[in-house]
Write a protein that binds this ligand. Structure first.
Ligand SMILES: NC(=O)c1ccc[n+]([C@@H]2O[C@H](COP(=O)([O-])OP(=O)(O)OC[C@H]3O[C@@H](n4cnc5c(N)ncnc54)[C@H](OP(=O)(O)O)[C@@H]3O)[C@@H](O)[C@H]2O)c1
Length: 256
């Protein structure tokens, strides 16, 4: 498999680390010029990676071409590229809609849209994409959890959920800070909180895992500590506010 990246920024780097360290790395990876420090570093790490002298050379030398430039220039960059018929192009630009990308790449290209996330660098995390494709299932399955959306509306809903990442970490920080205010040293507080959240989330990833609701109920003893915390958070509308926040994100994504 020959993979190319037009745009060698943070998310391209994460996908490259994931792919180049997985069980079956690609035959070749070619990245666009610019971000020279990053691409030089990546070429030093991975023998299969080369830096092309133009964006077009990336398209010419790849079977799977990832578009990983920022939204402001994505249209101009794509418009200038020529692709072979049935070449696979994976649009990772959050605000570049499927229809707009299709208009830019032409009707003969196999066009996909994907939402990789930074933890993919370490072979973890979901990759929402559409439409379903065996090659992408296999590629993303080696470096994370592919979740194929049926259409762009579904993909946008999955993408909206990525807005919860900062909130998740800030919640962890809040719990850690609370421990520190009770004189637990920062390193021990962080180790405790990260290990607890890691263990809890790892319980839910197996294919036969109980639902989140069931996991919640298992942790809930009537009159117990979790029951007290849940009751307080429900009274404060803590859970329903999450859905309101997601609605706002989805509205914004739908407007772009
Ligand atoms: N970061 C994420 O977690 C994430 C997740 C999912 C999707 N995305 C999407 O991925 C895209 C890239 O995000 P990012 O965070 O990786 O951005 P980034 O770190 O700013 O990377 C953008 C890259 O594009 C390069 N570039 C600029 N103009 C170019 C041109 N004309 N031709 C070729 N390359 C050019 C930049 O080079 P210079 O440094 O030399 O300017 C840089 O290497 C965005 O559209 C974003 O929506 C990001």
């Amino acid at each position: 498999m020959n993979i190319g990246f037009v745009g060698t920024g943070a998310i391209a780097e994460a996908v490259i680390h994931g792919l180049c360290t997985c069980a079956e790395p690609p035959q070749s990876v070619v990245v666009s010029p610019r971000s020279t420090e990053r691409s030089r570093r990546l070429a030093g790490l991975y023998g299969c990676l080369t830096v092309a002298d133009s964006n077009q050379a990336v398209a010419d030398r790849s079977d799977w071409t990832f578009i990983t430039v920022t939204p402001d220039i994505a249209g101009t960059v794509l418009e200038a590229l020529c692709f072979r018929p049935e070449q696979n192009v994976v649009n990772c630009v959050s605000t570049l809609t499927f229809d707009r990308a299709r208009a830019l790449v032409g009707p003969d290209v196999n066009l996909f849209k994907a939402v990789p996330l930074p933890p993919i660098a370490k072979g973890r995390g979901p990759v929402a994409y559409c439409p379903f494709n065996d090659g992408l299932e296999q590629m993303f399955g080696q470096i994370g959890t592919p979740v194929a959306a049926n259409d762009e509306a579904e993909l946008r809903a999955l993408a909206a959920v990525t807005s919860q990442i900062a909130a998740f970490h800030m919640y962890q920080a809040e719990v850690q800070n609370w421990l520190e205010r009770r004189n637990i040293p920062s390193d021990r507080a962080q180790a405790y909180v990260s290990s607890m959240f890691y263990a809890l989330s790892s319980q839910s990833v197996a294919t036969d895992a109980p639902s989140f609701e069931d996991l919640g109920k298992e942790a809930f003893t009537p009159g117990g500590l979790n029951a007290q915390a849940m009751s307080f958070l429900r009274q404060e509308d803590w859970f329903s506010r999450t859905a309101v926040s997601l609605d706002g994100i989805l509205t914004r994504l739908n407007e772009t």
